[in-house]
Write a protein that binds this ligand. Structure first.
Ligand code: FAD
Length: 385
């Protein structure tokens, strides 16, 4: 049903792997707020999480389009790639801006799965989306930086060996631009936890392993700073197009899951002596969700193509994420409605996926912030903040 036909072999292989992790597996984890360790291990061992790492560092060196196919198919199967999608794209900051020594030190391990880099620490409780107001400070002390502060909603930190962290190295007031004066660090979680870093899990609407972090004089070697001091915001931004495009591909995978489930149920379920899908009141919303899904698919793979051709694609990446997250949400709502009361039962997996797909309108970037980007950069309207 996907409009996209490249990498069909990868798509089939992912679908086959996911078939070993049916709804029952995810329901049990959801009930107990448990991380899908076996699923992530299987994806890692199959090499799916390292496809974007260049061959010279042990990855497959494939374009982002292949990453999109993998994440789309995971979501379409009813699984949840958000447990490990960051292993695919978080390394982008290191790959683009790290020095050769850092790349040699970490990328081969990330590629073979022995090192998990799937934590990305940006959000803070008091700054919200205004990243220039983060308060976590990194102060140089000899060969180390000493880090103090707090982060919130940092996902998978308990299931990651490394974290990419954004912290202020120069107070905002002393910088020419508010976006100056922030730096990026690779934090080795295995050494940091208990030595200045405390992790508190956050109970949330979905099983997402998201956490709150407290830094209390955590020492990080200066050798772990990525790129130049003070340029971190730029480095983080430059990795965001990949993140947006990959997350958007998860959204279209979710939308396909919901449309297919709604179609099957509408064809099977008989009420008033005929399939409910024969009623246009049931059929048309599913058809509409399908149309939105197809449009979103075109947007996502168009953005992926631009990214792979090295073209600037900030707006395309943002717009496809916005449209795909809403297509997924409309499909989710339609699927739930099509299932009547049964949609609310855990057994059908609709309610779980419904909760999970709602996140994409908030994280990694909320819809309003994308609209603001489009208003300013595409339409030339005045900046509101
Ligand atoms: C489950 C989960 C996992 C996450 N994982 C990570 C992670 O791994 N790493 C990480 O760094 N972060 C993570 N986040 C954080 C996520 O990126 C933020 O929640 C998101 O970017 C929104 O920021 P905020 O929550 O601070 O909302 P706020 O910035 O407080 O905004 C609240 C609302 O107001 C709107 N708003 C704010 N300012 C404006 C404006 N000027 N104009 C119009 N509307 C505005 C926003 O769109 C939003 O709807 C995660 C969040 C969740 C819920």
């Amino acid at each position: 049903m996907s409009l996209h036909s490249n990498y069909a072999e990868i798509r089939d292989a992912v679908a086959k792997l996911c078939a070993d992790y049916p709804g029952e597996y995810w329901r049990t984890l959801d009930d107990t707020n448990t991380y899908p360790t076996e699923f992530v291990r299987a994806l890692t061992e199959a090499g799916f999480l390292s496809v974007l790492i260049p061959e010279e560092y042990g990855g497959a060196g494939l374009p982002i389009e292949a990453g999109c196919v993998i994440l789309e198919e995971i979501q379409r199967s009813g699984c949840n790639g958000s447990a490990c999608h960051a292993q695919m794209y978080t390394m982008g900051t290191l790959l683009k801006h790290g020095n050769e020594d850092q790349k040699q030190r970490y990328l081969p391990g990330i590629a073979d799965g022995s090192l998990r880099l799937q934590a990305f620490g940006v959000t803070e409780p008091t700054s919200g989306t205004d990243t220039t107001r983060i308060r976590t400070r990194a102060v140089r002390d000899g060969d180390d930086y000493v880090i103090n502060g707090q982060k919130v909603f940092i996902s998978r930190t308990e299931h990651s060996d490394l974290m990419i962290l954004l912290a202020r190295t120069t107070p905002r007031e002393e910088c020419k631009k508010p976006s100056d004066g922030m730096s990026v660090f690779i934090v080795d979680m295995r050494e940091a936890v208990g030595n200045g870093l405390t992790i508190n899990p956050i109970k949330a609407m979905i099983n997402h392993s998201t956490t709150e972090l407290f830094f209390d004089n955590l020492r990080v070697p200066a050798a772990n700073r990525i790129g130049e001091e003070g340029q971190g915001f730029k480095y983080i931004l430059s990795s965001m197009n990949a993140e947006r495009i990959l997350i958007a591909s998860e959204c279209i995978g979710d939308a396909r899951f919901f449309v297919e489930r709604a179609r099957d149920y509408a064809a099977e379920r008989e009420v008033f002596g005929r399939p409910i899908g024969q009623n246009q009141g049931v059929q048309f919303p599913i058809a509409r969700a399908y149309v939105e899904l197809q449009a979103a698919t075109l947007m996502v793979y168009h953005a992926a193509k631009m990214f792979d051709e090295g073209k600037p694609c900030g707006s395309e990446a943002n717009m496809c994420k916005l449209f795909a997250s809403e297509a997924a949400w409309h499909a989710a709502d339609t699927c739930l409605q099509t299932h009547g009361g049964f949609g609310y039962t855990q057994e059908y997996d609709i309610e779980r996926k419904f909760r999970e797909t709602r996140l994409y309108q908030t994280a990694p970037i909320s819809t309003n912030l994308i609209l603001s980007h489009v208003g300013i950069h595409e339409l030339g309207l005045p900046k509101s903040f």
